[in-house]
Design a protein around this ligand. Structure first.
Ligand code: NAD
Length: 336
């Protein structure tokens, strides 16, 4: 069976999900929506993707963009919609279009958990999304926390986690957000990330804090995990090394910063954007003291959720084998 997919919202996440779908043999990209004219729509048109508009053809015709229809036409041709619009718009679209037209929809982490039946990270709870109509991919930060904490919990058992998120101020293309010269604490305790982790891993006791910094490249997390069994540094490194979608990076090879990770990702040459969807953990940044485990991880916010979208599409359309889906996705996206 080939799954027919429409993408609503063609920005940072939407364009990457579209490219990932084009690499899957069991999926077909029906088309994307355009909201206003911009370079992304221009390139999509040049690449002959089918473009649908929620706001009328007249916005696009002056620029030679071929519009196939409106959002309802896209829904009619699709088995599932991947909604990649900015936060809160996904929920509005659900009420306005997806419920009334009875189409399955996948939402992103900017939406509140109640937009969907399940919050999803493939290697943690794939089976919970089987045949569901509405699923939410959790945010880039929550995805990163879930991938590594799930592995630790299975091996050592987790008593409690304390984690600080050092967040990039904006995506690299974004000229509107910041800060450009400040460190901004998030004065919400716990930050929303801890509760969000529990939408996927309900048994993890986790307390998170966050701050934003003047960088666009990646997020960083510093974690302290109280384990039930005593962890060793070598054991934890081995665990991370064999866990999918986690990549060890090392200071000894001069990867000392998020800037160097992003350059390393480009040099790996695995995809056209220089994305690194794996969660990157510094080998030299893993430490253990009695039952406490410390580590530092970097998250490429624009790409870590892309494989999750692909696996969630399979789960929602009844593909039962989580491991097989993850392997297929990894192979097609050329990731670990
Ligand atoms: P974006 O601003 O890059 O892209 C959103 C796209 O949706 C834009 O192309 C915009 O024109 C379009 N759009 C806006 N309103 C629309 C509407 N009513 N109908 C159709 N299209 C509309 O946003 P993004 O960064 O891709 O974020 C999308 C979702 O993914 C959000 O929930 C966000 O929280 C989540 N997310 C973002 C990141 C990230 O770092 N950028 C990481 C993980 C998850």
């Amino acid at each position: 069976m080939v799954i027919k997919i429409g993408i609503v919202g063609y920005g940072t996440i939407g364009k990457r999900v579209a490219d990932a779908i084009l690499l899957q043999k069991d999926m077909k990209l029906v088309g994307i929506t355009a909201h206003n004219y911009n370079w992304k729509v221009k390139i999509a048109n040049e690449r002959k993707l089918k473009i649908f508009s929620a706001d009328g053809k007249e916005l696009f015709e002056p620029y030679g963009i071929k519009i196939e229809g409106d959002i309802k036409d896209l829904i009619n041709e699709s088995d599932i919609i991947v909604d990649c619009t900015p936060k809160k718009v996904g929920k509005e679209n659900k009420e306005k279009y997806y419920l009334t037209n009875k189409v399955k929809a996948l939402f992103q982490g900017g939406e509140k958990p109640d937009v969907a039946e399940v919050s999803f990270v493939a290697q943690c709870n794939y089976k919970e999304a089987l045949n569901k109509d509405y699923v939410r991919i959790v945010s880039c930060n929550t995805t990163g926390l879930c991938r590594t904490l799930n592995a630790i919990d299975k091996e050592y058992g987790i008593e409690e986690v304390h984690a600080t998120m050092i967040r990039r101020g904006a995506d690299p293309w974004d000229i509107r957000h910041g800060p450009i010269n400040a460190i901004v604490p998030v004065l919400e305790l716990p930050s929303h990330h801890g509760p969000d982790v529990r939408t996927v891993l309900p048994n993890i006791e986790i307390f998170t804090t966050a701050l934003s910094v003047s960088s666009t490249l990646m997020h960083m997390h510093n974690l302290i995990v109280d384990c039930k069994k005593t962890p060793t540094v070598d054991g934890v490194l081995d665990l991370f090394n064999k866990t999918t979608r986690i990549r060890l990076v090392d200071n000894v090879s001069m990867i000392r910063s998020t800037a160097e990770i992003m350059e390393y990702a480009k040099d790996l040459g695995r995809n056209t954007r220089g994305d690194i969807p794996e969660i990157c953990i510094w080998r030299e940044g893993v430490g253990a003291y009695q039952k406490k485990l410390f580590y530092m991880q970097a998250i490429h916010q624009e790409s870590d959720v892309i494989p999750e979208n692909i696996d969630a599409i399979r789960a929602m359309t009844g593909f039962e084998d989580a491991e097989k889906s993850i392997k297929l996705t990894n192979k097609t996206l050329n990731i670990k």
